[in-house]
Design a protein around this ligand. Structure first.
Ligand SMILES: *Cc1c(COP(=O)(O)O)cnc(C)c1O
Length: 355
């Protein structure tokens, strides 16, 4: 039978019944790609390195895994409107699933800090988008207040159904590899996703599907690293807008995932993020957004600091959370612009040094 999305595939592990309407855009089932050239670039050529391409989800990020469940449960509970604060991808996803089922979608975004592609999605899908004079943490505080007082369902990752849906990514990795990776590197913003992956790994372990759990390795941008610093950051700064968050809602759960798994959470600079972003695109043909490249930058940093690990054949998964086309401005700012050449064969051959 053809593939029908994460609720259909993992129904037995999700809080749904026969009465739950399934609102799906056929999310999930994303590629797990071997990346041996990237492993060499990292200085750990023997690693068994995989990239989980979450940018291949219907709206271009992993948020769709959580949104299919959050939206299905909201509709089951007869909601007429959903609301979300967003650095961009949650609003794109919420807007698309809302359009599909016909509920109102309200979005609060931090003014001037959201990537162009994401904004265009929310607007195209017909969401009510309000750009506020504040950052993501301000937006989240406001939507929590509104959803407490009015009949609108909050679909940020503090909605437990978001986490339930997102844990299916761990299931897919295990179903494909036949085991969990030894290490998993992933970006950490509001920390819902690291919470979800860890929950997924624990559940599959309980069902006897794996013997070993992965070390959960979180990566924050140096200018937006409240968990690493141990205190909220009032004015987080990074080019990786999807993880530009100063006070993560799932802070405690992220720390638990780190500690229970024997993992770590570290920082990478914006320069290291851009370097990994370009390496992924030029060496592997994989275009992800800057926040996603933080996972690879974090792996590279870890390999530099741990020579034994760098020389090993461990299986490592890097989660590439969103698609590169989300943020075309950042791509064009990171590489040389195309040259202008006369529409003349000789001029072109000259330029290409073919002639
Ligand atoms: C939302 C998002 C993140 C951060 O995930 P959290 O669950 O907030 O930690 C990272 N990368 C991308 C592309 C995202 O959209």
């Amino acid at each position: 039978m053809s593939y029908r999305g994460v609720i259909d595939r993992y129904r037995a592990y999700l809080p749904v019944t026969d009465k739950t309407p399934v609102i799906s855009l056929c999310e999930g089932n994303t590629p797990l790609l071997r990346a041996s050239k990237l492993a060499q670039w990292i200085g750990a050529g023997k690693l068994n390195l995989y990239l989980k391409l979450e940018g291949m989800n219907p709206t271009g990020s992993f948020k769709d895994r959580g949104m299919t469940l959050a939206m299905s449960k909201a509709v089951e509970q007869k909601t007429r409107a959903v609301i979300t604060a967003s650095t961009g991808n949650t609003s794109a996803s919420a807007a698309a699933y809302s359009a599909r089922v016909g509920v109102r979608c309200i979005v609060l975004i931090p003014g001037g800090a959201i990537a162009l592609g994401k904004l265009s999605q929310a607007v195209m899908h017909g969401a009510d988008v309000l750009s506020i004079d504040g950052n993501f943490d301000d937006a989240l505080r406001l939507v929590r207040e509104i959803s407490d007082q009015y009949p609108v369902t909050l679909v940020n990752s503090i909605n437990p159904y978001r986490i339930e849906g997102q844990k299916t990514a761990s299931f897919e990795i295990i179903d494909e590899l036949g085991e969990a990776p030894a290490y998993q590197f992933m970006p950490v913003g509001n920390a819902g996703n690291i919470t979800a992956y860890w929950k997924g790994y624990l559940e599959y372990q309980k069902h006897g599907k794996i013997r070993q759990l992965p070390r959960m390795m979180g990566v924050q941008a140096a200018g937006a690293a409240p968990i690493v610093r141990g205190a909220p950051i009032s004015n987080p700064q990074t080019i990786a807008t999807a993880i530009r968050i100063g006070n993560p809602a799932s802070w405690k759960q992220a720390v638990a995932a780190r500690d229970e798994s024997g993992g770590g959470i570290d920082t990478v600079t914006d320069d290291e993020i851009v370097e990994a972003y370009k390496a992924l695109a030029s060496l592997e043909g994989v275009f992800c957004e800057p926040a996603s490249a933080a996972s690879v930058a974090g792996l590279k940093k870890y390999a530099c600091l741990h020579p034994d690990f760098a020389a090993s054949q461990e299986t490592v998964a890097c989660i590439l959370t969103g698609h590169g086309l989300k943020d075309p401005d950042r791509a064009l700012a990171s590489v040389a612009k195309p040259k202008n050449v006369k529409a003349d064969l000789k001029a072109i051959l000259n330029e290409l040094k073919l002639g």
